[in-house]
Ligand binder design. Structure first.
Ligand code: PMP
Length: 352
């Protein structure tokens, strides 16, 4: 007896989010996580908070929002906390788009953008990265239509690690129509060292149609707890709170985020180690003949085209899990010197 209950017909065509694989005994360089577990102070705060898990979490993450407000010097009314910044991406589409409205983003970029767009009944419009694997902001500007409601600019871009510079971004923002929300997704902001790559917060102050997304998953090492935040215009933040799944940022996540802000200097010092390794890994890859674009995040991009999957398989034989994007390239997370060395050995022994 087949009595399949009908679900939304368009969901069948939705691309699935493919997470980086965890393979026992292998080094995981597939999800842009930082190496190393929580700092003792953060682990202790989490342990204390477990005593309260019979209670619902602070619904509006008020304590964390206030803490972020002090940290960023932005009023609380302009900060929305979410269950990871991926949740905020989805909330932004839900908050901004009517069915059939357009969401614009570069491709290739963060793989959740097309998914959250379609889940939100909006239409994804993509603009190819340029030959340097960077956002083509002029082409993106030209792709804006009357139906465009949201533009995602992932800076630095996942998976290529490339970043748009201040002058390019200013020129772009000055020309985007004011009814279009530009979302500067800065999940990897803490790994940026080049002063020409701007901090998006300056544009939240100067442009009423800009929202910045940040996360505790990367530099702050809390990927498993799920907490991120948006800084934007008050009306966008109010709308984000309306489409928030009640209580979706849990007590442990909120507590750990606050404790991580207390330990910010120590955590950012870890990022500096990653940045140091990033240069070393990229230099070795370039010396081995790989055309790795300059990266501003905690990963490198190997534009291997049709050989991407084969490369990932080869790396796995060396007990390293990387992230292939079939027909396009491979993204590899920067980790400890020891783990990076195992990866570099795998890369050197790949026959090309
Ligand atoms: N934006 C970008 C560009 C990302 O790469 C990621 C994670 N891979 C996210 C947002 C989401 O991060 P999270 O939901 O863990 O905060």
């Amino acid at each position: 007896m087949s009595s399949a209950i009908p679900t939304r017909a368009d969901l069948a065509a939705l691309p699935a989010y493919v997470p980086g694989r965890t393979i026992p005994g292998a080094i995981k360089l597939a999800s842009n996580e930082v190496p190393g577990g929580p700092l003792p102070s953060v682990a202790q705060a989490i342990a204390h908070a477990t005593a309260e898990v019979n209670r619902y979490p602070d619904m509006g993450a008020q304590a964390l929002t206030e803490r972020l407000s002090q940290e960023l010097d932005v009023p609380t009314e302009r900060i929305a906390v979410g269950c990871g910044s991926v949740s905020l991406c989805q909330q932004l589409v839900q908050a901004m788009c009517a069915p059939g409205d357009e969401v614009l983003f570069a491709w290739r970029s963060f793989e959740a953008y097309p998914i959250v767009t379609q889940v939100g009944n909006a239409k994804p419009v993509t603009v190819p990265l340029d030959s340097g694997h960077t956002h083509d902001l002029d082409a993106m500007l030209a792709a804006i239509t009357d139906r465009t409601r949201v533009v995602f600019v992932c800076n630095p871009n996942n998976p290529t690690g490339t970043a748009v510079r201040r002058d390019e971004l200013v020129r772009f923002l000055d020309q985007v129509p004011s009814h279009v929300l530009v979302v500067l997704d800065e999940a990897y902001r803490e790994f940026v060292t080049d002063p020409e790559i701007p901090d998006g917060l300056q544009f939240v102050a100067s442009h009423p149609n800009v929202t910045v997304l940040r996360t505790f998953s990367k530099a702050y090492g809390l990927a498993g707890l799920r907490v991120g935040y948006a800084i934007g215009p008050e009306e966008v933040v109010t709308a984000l709170r309306k489409v928030y799944v009640a209580f979706s940022v849990n007590t442990l996540a909120q507590t750990a985020a606050i404790a991580s802000l207390d330990a910010k200097d120590e955590l950012l010092a870890r990022c500096a180690d990653v940045v140091h390794e990033r240069t070393r890994v990229r230099d070795h890859l370039v010396a081995a003949g790989y055309a790795v674009p300059d990266t501003h995040a905690n990963f490198v991009w190997l534009p291997l085209g049709e050989r991407a999957v084969e490369f990932a398989q080869h790396a796995l034989e060396h007990k390293v899990v990387v992230r292939p994007f079939a027909g396009d390239g491979v993204r590899v997370t920067i980790s400890t010197p020891e783990e990076n060395d195992v990866f570099l050995e795998a890369a050197r022994s790949f026959t090309r």
